[in-house]
Ligand binder design. Structure first.
Ligand SMILES: [Zn+2]
Length: 397
């Protein structure tokens, strides 16, 4: 069974608007700010009150026939000039619509809860911090941390891949503060027909095999897990020492460090895999659907005993499934931006069957080597990645 994971993700998310223009798709990401201090919330509210005034003034001037407007025309309004200019643009667009409509109102009217809008020159996203100009007693830049969510991670992926940011707006709803960002994404899809199968694991973090539609392997790529294993061991022994001296906070710091290191590695590996896919004219990347594995790890965690010896293996298993899943996601985002489709197949038997003669025999796999009676003797993870590519080809032909 084939399915794209992205399809599932977007149906789960409610505030997700898509606009298509030619080959470009514009997405809006609504990000929640971590709760700002009372002082900062008051600054927001004061600015919003000024935006309401500003917009009404712009509409009034437009109605009076004044169309050449700039921020200098609104000196009495306490807002950064970037926000005033954006207000002029927004209201001009709204006014055009108003004239076309058959409204019996005299002019545009603005409700109290107007968003503060910025164009892409006037806000910045740096890591998980956004910075925007606001008015206090003068124009000032403020920085706000954004709540880390899956959606935000997705946006960061797009930014990292060089997508252009568009307009943004700050607003509140039911006591929470949000920053909505639009981003332009290329919506092209390649017509290439080569297929890349990727096997993800521990000894080899990723092994890719690229095949033509006729099944001939034209290239491969290995990312071995030696360095990751070494780092894991280093942190594990550090953790053990800290646990003996009951330094809980220090353990948390170590965990975060290890996690950041893995995220960084996943970025590098996914980048190299997708670059190779582009180079070799791959149209579809195939990976295993590891969701079942993740669920198993979770349920083991819940039902499992709490003895010390099992803690480590469970902790490791969760860590692995988390980082495997993340690597797949990074590959998926980067591939989609290159116009490459991503499909998932059922992982059953991919490591046990022979990629040459299709025979399933568990004992043929011994650690790094897959050895079959038909004469196929290859690296076991390469064997798996070939099977992944084969399985997909079989399901579409
Ligand atoms: Zn065989």
């Amino acid at each position: 069974m084939l399915k794209t994971r992205r399809g599932n993700v977007s149906s789960e998310t409610i505030q997700h608007y898509i606009e298509t223009k030619g080959d470009n798709m514009q997405l809006t990401y609504v990000l929640e700010l971590l709760k700002p201090t009372k002082r900062k919330q008051n600054i927001f509210l004061n600015n919003i009150a000024e935006v309401v005034k500003n917009r009404q003034f712009v509409a009034d001037k437009l109605k009076a026939g004044e169309t050449k407007l700039s921020s200098a025309d609104f000196k009495e309004i306490n807002l950064p000039s970037a926000v005033k200019n954006q207000n002029i643009r927004e209201v001009k667009a709204l006014y055009k619509l108003f004239l076309k409509s058959d409204s019996n109102k005299d002019n545009l009217e603005f409700k109290d809860n107007q968003p503060i809008c910025y164009n892409n020159q006037n806000y910045k996203i740096d890591g998980s911090i956004i910075s925007i100009p606001l008015y206090t007693t003068k124009c000032q830049r403020f920085a706000f941390p954004i709540k880390q969510t899956k959606r935000f991670e997705e946006l960061q992926q797009y930014i990292e891949s060089g997508c252009k940011l568009g307009k943004a707006s700050l607003f509140y709803k039911r006591g929470k503060w949000y920053f909505a960002v639009t981003i332009k994404i290329s919506d092209k899809e390649t017509t290439n027909s080569n297929v890349m199968g990727i096997d993800i694991g521990l000894r080899q973090l990723a092994v890719a095999s690229i095949k033509t539609p006729k099944g001939k392997e034209i290239n491969r790529q290995f990312h071995n897990g030696k360095q990751a294993g070494f780092i894991r061991k280093k942190y594990r022994s550090l953790r053990r020492k800290l646990a003996q001296s009951k330094k809980v906070k220090a353990i948390k710091t170590i965990d975060d460090k290890e996690q950041r290191w893995m995220v960084d590695l996943n970025h590098k590996i996914s980048r190299q895999l997708v670059n190779l896919a582009v180079q070799e004219q791959v149209g579809t990347i195939i990976m295993e659907n590891l969701e079942n594995i993740r669920n198993t790890a979770k349920s083991l965690n819940r039902a499992g005993s709490t003895t010390k010896s099992s803690y480590r293996t469970r902790r490791d298993r969760n860590l692995h499934s988390w980082t495997f899943y993340q690597l797949q996601q990074f590959i998926e985002y980067k591939a989609e931006l290159a116009g490459i489709k991503v499909e998932y197949i059922n992982p059953k038997y991919t490591s046990q069957s022979c990629s040459k003669c299709a025979k399933v025999k568990k004992s043929n796999r011994k650690a790094n080597l897959y050895s079959c009676e038909c004469g196929n003797h290859i690296h076991s993870d390469l064997n798996a990645s070939r099977n992944i590519a084969n399985k997909y080809s079989a399901s579409v032909s």
